[in-house]
Design a protein around this ligand. Structure first.
Ligand SMILES: [Zn+2]
Length: 262
């Protein structure tokens, strides 16, 4: 949302969106110092919740240094130092989106240090998996690092940007699997529904990647409409698009919405 306009909040409210969770992510350019991240974290935790609340939307967020900027290990360590003071803020759900971009050694070092931070502080974890040709290898590295840390319960981890060839790695280990709808480089609504039908909805969460690129905050809603168009019941749609997110995020008591049982 830091790269979206207020019109998008109004649009989402009209679409029926009641809450957003915003990962700390790459802003489209590399930031020059940890102070930039400090200010970014303040924007995520102080300004965005107020802007969203004007349209009846709850705004939550995640704290981290993203995989792309994690290539700079020294900068990353400075950012990791400032994260703990934000973790107790009322809208912060956990650590994320951490992960890998090009599967480099530096990215892995910073990923492991942020996993350690999450384990030490008992945070939920949101994971970014790499794009295209790096995705399968990156997802394998990420899942094996987390599985080897006995402090972390798999159901407290969401492996995001899953595709047909990586979703099993997430689900079979007991992690949550995220389907990111972003029509240019990730899933379309149709492909997202194909994956839901093929792998079952349990433990899967669908999300809109609306950022500074060509994208729309309605992509989760568009996927829900496509899902209904295919004949799935309202009850099934609520399970996937509302209850599943409530179940994962609700493991942090700061999350206020409860699954709907009807
Ligand atoms: Zn991501």
């Amino acid at each position: 949302m830091v790269s979206r306009t207020t019109d998008d909040y109004q649009f989402m409210a009209r679409c029926g969106v009641v809450a957003v969770t915003e990962p700390a992510f790459w802003a489209g350019f590399d930031r020059s110092s940890s102070q930039s991240f400090y200010d970014y974290f303040r924007q995520l935790t102080e300004f965005e919740p107020k802007r969203a609340a004007k349209y009846g939307i709850q705004h939550y967020c995640w704290m981290c240094i993203n995989a792309k900027e994690a290539e700079n290990v020294q900068l990353s360590r400075e950012v990791i130092q400032v994260i703990p003071e934000f973790l107790d803020r009322p809208s912060v759900l956990g650590i994320g989106e951490i992960g890998l971009n090009k599967n480099t050694r530096n990215e892995i070092i910073v990923f492991e240090e942020q996993v350690d931070l999450a384990a030490r502080t008992g945070q939920l974890i949101l994971i970014h998996t790499p794009h295209l040709q790096d995705k399968h290898k990156g997802t394998a590295i990420i899942t094996s690092i987390i599985k080897n840390d006995p402090r972390i319960k798999p159901e407290r981890v969401l492996i995001d940007h899953c595709e047909e060839h990586t979703i099993r790695m997430a689900k079979e280990a007991g992690f949550w699997a995220g389907l990111t709808i972003y029509h240019i480089s990730k899933c379309t609504p149709q492909r997202g529904c194909d994956i839901l039908e093929r792998f079952g909805a349990e433990g899967i969460m669908v999300n809109s990647a609306a950022d500074w690129g060509e994208s729309t905050p309605s992509s989760m809603i568009d996927t829900c409409l496509e899902y209904r168009r295919r004949g799935h019941t309202e009850r099934e749609a609520i399970e996937v698009f509302y209850n599943n997110p409530c179940r994962f995020f609700g493991q942090n008591p700061k999350w206020k919405l409860k699954p709907i049982d009807r």
